[in-house]
Design a protein around this ligand. Sequence first.
Ligand SMILES: [Zn+2]
Length: 279
Amino acid sequence: MAIFGKPKYTIVRLRKRDMPDGLWTKCEGCSETLYNKTLEENLKVCPKCNYHFILGAGERIKILIDTDTFKEYDSDMLPADPLNFKGPKTYKEKIMQDQGLTGLKEAAITGEGLLDKKRIAIAVTDSRFIMGSMGSVVGEKITKAIETATKERMPVIIISGSGGGARMYEGMFSLMQMAKTSSALSYHHKQGLFYISVLTNPTMAGVMASFAGLGDIIIAEPNALIGFTGPRVIEQTIRQKLPSGFQRSEFVLEHGLIDMIVNRKNLKLTLSQLLDYLS
Ligand SMILES: [Zn+2]
C-alpha cells in the first residue's frame, strides 16, 4: 500500500480571488484577516490585538452622540485657495479628490448634541481628508463651535485625527488657525467651562501644538501616534535611534503629556463620567 496515497477527501483552498471584495480587512497590527462585519460591530478595533483602525468623522459622531441629537454647525463652509497653490497636484485638485473619497466638504465636522443626555459641543477632525490638517475652514469651524459653547455654557469635546498639522497649502493662513483656536479655548476656560481633548491616531504638529494639546483632560486611544515632529525627521536631525514606542500613547502617558488611555469601546462611558464629574 502506498504511504502517500490519494486522500479520500477533497481539500478546498480558498484562493484570494474567491474572497468577495469589501468583506475582509487585514489587521495592520497583527496581520489577521478580519471579517468586516465583525470589525464594524467591534467599533473597528481588532478583536485579536486591540489595534484601533482609523474612524471617519461621521462614524466618530455616531458612536459618541445619542441617536438623532446631533446638530451640525457650518456644514456648508468650503475651503478657498488663497495661494493658488501648485505642486504635483494643485490644492484644488487635492481638495476635490479627498471630498470624493470621504464624502466630506472639509476635514472637520463640528456641531452639538447629547452625550448620554448631556449637551456638549463637539468637533472631529478626519485624518482621511488631507491628513486631517488644519486649514482656514477647519480652524474657523472649530473656533466657532468653541465660541458657541462659551456663549451657551457647554463643555467642548474635540476628537483629533490630524497627522498633517497646519495645512501648508494655505501658508500662513493655516498657521493663524493655531492661535485662533487656542485663543477661543482660553475664553472658554476663563468662563469656568471645560474641554476634553481626545487624541486618535495620528495627532501631530500644528494641531497637537494648539487645540489638541490644550484639554483640561487629554485622553488618547491606545497606540496613537502623538507628537509634534514625526519620529523619522527627529532621528535624521539628532542622528540617534529613538526608543521603541516613542510618540505612542503609552509612551507619552508615561512622560506626562496626556492623562489617560481609553479603549474605543469605553470612550463614551469615560467621557460621560468625566462630564458628570466636571460639571
Ligand atoms: Zn489585530
